[in-house]
Design a protein around this ligand. Structure first.
Ligand code: SF4
Length: 327
């Protein structure tokens, strides 16, 4: 049986954090066993908000290094930088021409980002889902791994695929979403999504002292004002982190001790810190090792781009043919 094909991307903005690691990267590593996987560092998406031009290349290389250090094996997938395969923007333009404006204006992410970046509400921000649809469709992907908040984007892609196929003839599969079963880690404020720009994140490659300082001051169940106040692990983001990084028996113990007010939050955080570092320490060591061999990362990205270009060129030839465009 042919394997299905997956596309997923990650932005090279700032450091990759533990929310990305639990919500996406660990899942990517597992998916390479069952699918033909195409993973991209989506630099064209990253420029829809103001970014630091001088350090951008370094951020891209950092993202690649971090993904590989987290266990992504480039021999089992294609890993590349989005802008190295120019057909992404070509297909995005074509899809723009069959996308009703109203569909884009309704996207939740656009509404949220327009509030966050009031000083720079550009067309790219509105058009982001079309480029995302192009990313997915360019490889005729059959599935997209997502968190709950991204389902709307896969639905959007399915609609565009249907519309294209209806107008120009069957070309693209309608990709399904693969919902991640991992719990969603919020930012250290316990409220918003974890994000570097909101300054509520823990970077995978951060120094242990800095990670501890961030955990120590992070928000827990606010009802635990005193040691003797019982807490509710279900509403504590630190407990969610325990479920991702601590062994099962520790998670059970953390919940029991919290509900019975037998352990304070600082001690609970110390246990989490130890387990978190057990997982991050080998990743950090591998990333340091890779930093000494930048050519190796460049070779991996070049190889990924050249394999992706091959597929992209074939698909675009088919698209142009069906649309009676030149080529
Ligand atoms: Fe959260 Fe642990 Fe404090 Fe309970 S004891 S509120 S799980 S940090």
């Amino acid at each position: 049986m042919t394997k299905g094909r997956i596309f997923s991307g990650i932005q090279p903005t700032g450091t990759i954090h533990i929310g990305n690691y639990i919500g996406a990267i660990k899942n990517w590593v597992a998916l390479t066993e069952a699918y033909d996987c195409v993973f991209s560092i989506v630099d064209y998406h990253a420029i829809t908000i103001d970014y630091d031009v001088e350090s951008f290349q370094e951020s891209i290389m950092n993202a690649a290094r971090t993904l590989i250090a987290c266990g992504l094996n480039p021999e089992k997938c294609r890993l590349f930088i989005q802008s190295r395969v120019i057909e992404h923007t070509e297909l995005a333009w074509i899809l723009n021409c069959i996308t009703p404006l109203g569909d884009l204006e309704r996207m939740t992410q656009f509404k949220d980002k327009s509030k966050q970046h009031r000083e720079n509400i550009n067309v790219g921000l509105l058009d982001y889902p079309v480029l995302q649809a192009a990313d997915i469709m360019l490889y005729k992907s059959t599935a997209v791994p997502v968190g709950e908040d991204q389902i709307q984007h896969v639905e959007f892609t399915r609609r565009i695929s249907r519309r294209f196929n209806g107008k120009f003839g069957k070309t693209f599969p309608e990709p399904k979403w693969l919902l991640s079963s991992t719990p969603k880690i919020l930012g250290l404020d316990g409220k918003a999504k974890m994000s570097k720009s909101l300054n509520n994140d823990i970077g995978i490659l951060e120094r242990p002292d800095d990670i501890w300082e961030k955990l120590r001051t992070s928000v827990t169940d606010e009802n635990r004002k005193r040691l003797k106040d019982p807490g509710d692990p279900k509403i504590c983001n630190l407990y969610t982190m325990h479920t991702s990084f601590s062994p099962d028996d520790v998670v059970t113990d953390v919940a029991d001790q919290c509900k019975s007010a037998s352990r304070g939050c600082v001690d609970c955080k110390k246990i989490l810190f130890e387990n978190l570092m057990k997982e991050l320490a080998p990743i950090q060591a591998k990333a340091q090792e890779l930093e000494k061999r930048p050519d190796e990362i460049s070779d991996i990205l070049n190889d990924g781009a050249s394999k992706c270009s091959e597929t992209a060129k074939e698909v675009m030839e088919e698209v142009r043919g069906k649309m009676k465009l030149a080529g």
